[in-house]
Design a binder for this molecule. Structure first.
Ligand code: FAD
Length: 290
């Protein structure tokens, strides 16, 4: 599945399902622009407990109608096995052959586990493999800076290994801005006999306050030297975006030169910063940014 070569790294783009007609129209434009970069696939997020189900289906349907390789995300928390199998059957009939399999984020106030038939992503991966064999290429989430709810870093690595042993074919990381965290994570995985491709998840920097809030919640660290610069720009969005593009392009270059198997961009349904980063990396596009 890894189609990268020295000149054209494998890239993929993550979208979220829009809430409004206007959002959907914008997404269509964004996909049109990003598709010029010849990505391996677009992925579409899925709210835990099926909260975005209809919108995820609508976005996936539209992408498939355009003939675009699509990887729907599927979370298992709060959803029963029968429903999960129905969704996967629907996707298989649509010719979809890649799934991003996740636990999903727990509703606030709930304890860990006990919310349904499947409480961890490794159980979802096992269910997909038992029920569909090799029909789907299964991507799972990986956390170079560790998952915020993990008992500790070593337990998190063991839990990641469970997903691989259950049948995951590849992984996409939570975003990070320290390449060292990624290299160390790869070393830790290698020591544990994990040999699936682990693609770095890349979050462009376009707005400081929302990035800071989101990073606190998901356990991704914004290094002090980046945070301080971004804070100092205040409301000056163009400086934030220019600095962000420079920092993230340098990170991507370092990751690719060091042997990362590709890049997965969290686009946030925006094309501008992704196009700028890809252009900086020499990944060609004839598209204009939104
Ligand atoms: P798991 O791998 O199940 O891990 C969750 C926690 O439980 C970790 O702390 C782990 O150490 C621990 N754990 C794992 N297995 C066990 C076990 N067997 N026993 C005890 N502890 C265990 N969320 C969405 O809702 N929708 C999306 O579309 C979505 N897409 C994402 C895409 C990517 C690339 C990433 C990185 C995250 C995405 N998320 C999404 C967020 C994700 O759902 C959350 O980070 C969630 O809290 C954990 O999901 P997971 O699949 O990594 O869970």
């Amino acid at each position: 599945m890894d189609t990268s070569d020295k000149d054209t790294p494998a890239i993929s783009f993550e979208l979220f399902p829009p809430k409004t007609e206007k959002g959907m129209e914008k997404l269509k434009t964004v996909v049109g622009e990003l598709n010029h970069l010849n990505p391996e696939y677009f992925s579409v997020t899925y709210g835990a407990g099926g909260s975005t189900q209809e919108r995820t289906f609508a976005t996936v349907d539209w992408l498939r109608e355009q003939g675009i390789d699509t990887a729907p995300h599927l979370s298992c928390i709060g959803t029963d096995k029968e429903e999960i199998l129905e969704i996967l059957t629907r996707y298989r009939e649509q010719g979809i052959h890649r799934i991003v399999a996740l636990r999903g984020d727990l509703p606030s106030g709930s304890g860990l586990g006990g919310l349904g038939e499947l409480n961890y992503a490794n159980e979802l991966v096992a269910l997909i493999r038992q029920s569909f064999g090799e029909d789907f290429h299964i991507e799972v989430a990986a956390y170079p800076e560790f998952h915020p709810q993990a008992e500790n870093a070593l337990a998190d690595l063991d839990n990641f290994r469970r997903k691989v042993e259950s049948g995951a074919h590849g992984a996409i990381t939570q975003y990070f801005y320290s390449a060292d965290a990624y290299w160390r994570f790869l070393d830790d995985c290698k020591q544990r006999g994990i040999d699936i491709p682990i693609v770095p998840g890349i979050m462009p920097i376009t707005n400081y306050s929302s990035l800071a809030r989101f990073s606190d919640a998901c356990g991704a660290e914004i290094p002090r030297w980046i945070r301080k610069r971004l804070e100092a720009y205040g409301d000056d969005l163009s400086s934030i975006q220019a600095f962000g593009a420079e920092v993230v392009t340098a990170l991507c270059r370092q990751l690719l030169e060091g042997g990362a198997p590709g890049l997965h961009f969290y686009t946030m349904n925006q094309s501008g910063s992704v196009l700028e980063i890809c252009s900086g990396l020499g990944i060609a596009s004839g598209a204009s940014a939104t």
